[in-house]
Write a protein that binds this ligand. Structure first.
Ligand SMILES: [Zn+2]
Length: 457
């Protein structure tokens, strides 16, 4: 990389008189053309497509919403696109995984979308330095290590999980004649002693260093297909590969239990203009049931009218379900939601939420303690399934309808106890619960997750 920086420095000396105000941009030792610091005062901007490609990120622009999106290592960075550079400083300019971050928006200039280099690079895990004498912005991404190849679940719904220590780009190639999925990770080495893995839903997976990068070869079982998704994990990410036998959804007949929150003497939150949470969740859940039934699932509700149902009964209804979804309303802006899975609280917010939910459903504190203890002792089966489901919903609902999860966390929710790891509790805004689009979008997201093995085993 030092060599490349010197080359760029030499080049900028040569061109110095011609391109005084132009900054050069070097990403991982390679120059990215077209960057400028003249668009927005004091801020280096680069052409989004070329910059994303240099980072190994996926990139697309939604022309309806004028949002530019870069995806890397399970993270989603979105930049509002403005046409007037003077309007680049705006409160909602950049979002990382649905949360606002500091920085200026993207600017479209002569048909090219330009993004601010520093906030985008840093949000995606790279470090940024400015070499003043050389008018060069240097972006360096950490190298990654493939630290593990593991399986999750067993049988036909088994998933293969690749653990990467840093966000790096990857490419894939499916070699049809030999039914082998080949993944190539940029700037990644294989952890010492990392051996191949054999599976139920695939034949075997092996990793090898390729000098600079890492190749993973996954031999699929005859006639099976695959889907992949990435989840952020610490400073790195997990790439999850799900397999499906012989095409088509893996579990079209999955048994889904939907739990409309509150009811009867417990109306939940009153939303002015929308009625009670109890009535909103029931009407919404009935529409969601129809959407899921139309997709071939077997769907039952924990309540079908305005009456009270105890948390114990709701929880018991979840026993044996492939998926249990508890629906609640919350004072959220439209388009935002919270997804909770069964786990010990991951933060003070999720613990407070669990205390509130458990208290509303009049669960005894010793029952909560027993649940928390079994979670902490690892006695609740399939906890990882619920987590990957809640995290997967964040991605799927974002992709299908632009919904943002502003909180995805584990919480000791009694109502999810029966379904063990196969339960999620979702909170939506009253506007979305009353909308005609959320039932379809959520049904689509759940169908994709069930088909990809998110909740099958
Ligand atoms: Zn509620």
């Amino acid at each position: 990389m030092a060599l490349a920086i010197r080359a760029v420095a030499a080049l900028s000396l040569l061109l110095g008189g011609l391109a005084l105000a132009q900054n050069a941009l070097v990403v991982n030792g390679l120059q990215v053309a077209g960057s400028t610091n003249e668009l927005v005062q004091g801020t280096a901007y680069a052409p989004a497509a070329a910059f994303a490609s240099a980072l190994g990120a996926r990139y697309y622009v939604d022309t309806d919403t004028t949002v530019a999106t870069l995806q890397l290592g399970g993270h989603v960075l979105e930049a509002q696109v403005v046409t007037d550079p003077a309007k680049a400083a705006r409160a909602d300019a950049l979002h990382l995984d649905g949360r606002g971050i500091a920085g200026t928006s993207a600017v479209i200039q002569e048909g090219t979308v330009m993004v601010p280099v520093k906030p985008v690079a840093e949000a995606l895990g790279a470090s940024v330095a400015y070499l003043q004498n050389e008018h060069t912005v240097v972006v360096v991404q950490p190298r990654a290590e493939l630290t593990g190849i593991t399986t999750q679940g067993s049988g036909p719904g088994q998933q293969l999980v690749l653990h990467l220590s840093a966000p790096v780009g990857y490419s894939r190639f499916f070699n049809q004649p030999v039914a082998t999925l080949q993944l190539h990770f940029d700037r990644t080495s294989v952890a010492p002693q990392l051996g191949g893995v054999v599976g139920d839903a695939f034949v075997r997976a092996d990793a090898s260093d390729t000098g600079g990068g890492t190749d993973v070869r996954i031999q699929l079982a005859d006639g099976s297909g695959y889907q992949m998704y990435s989840l952020p994990d610490g400073a790195g990410f997990r790439l999850v590969v799900s397999f499906s036998a012989g095409g088509g959804p893996a579990r079209a007949s999955a048994h889904i239990v939907l739990d409309p929150g509150h009811g009867g003497p417990d109306p939940g939150i009153a939303f002015p203009g929308y009625g009670s949470e109890a009535s909103l969740t029931l009407a919404f859940t009935e529409r969601l049931q129809k959407e899921l039934q139309a997709r071939g699932f077997d769907v039952v509700l924990t309540r079908t009218g305005d009456y009270g149902v105890s948390a114990q009964t709701r929880s018991q209804d979840g026993i044996g379900a492939d998926l249990f979804v508890s629906i609640h309303g919350a004072a959220l802006p439209a388009g935002q939601f919270h997804a909770y899975y069964l786990g010990d609280a991951t933060g003070i917010d999720s613990l407070a939420m669990a205390v509130r939910q458990n208290a509303q459903s009049a669960v005894q504190s010793q029952d909560i303690s027993a649940l928390r203890r079994s979670i902490l002792l690892g006695l609740v089966p399939q906890l990882a399934v619920g987590r990957s489901f809640a995290e997967g919903l964040g991605t799927q609902l974002f992709q299908s309808g632009g919904y943002r999860s502003s909180d995805t966390s584990g919480a000791p929710l009694y109502v999810l106890g029966g379904a063990a790891g196969r339960g999620v509790l979702l909170e939506f805004s009253p506007q979305d619960l009353a909308s005609t689009t959320l039932p379809t979008d959520l049904a689509d997201a759940l169908t994709k997750l069930l088909a990809s093995g998110g909740a099958t085993q």
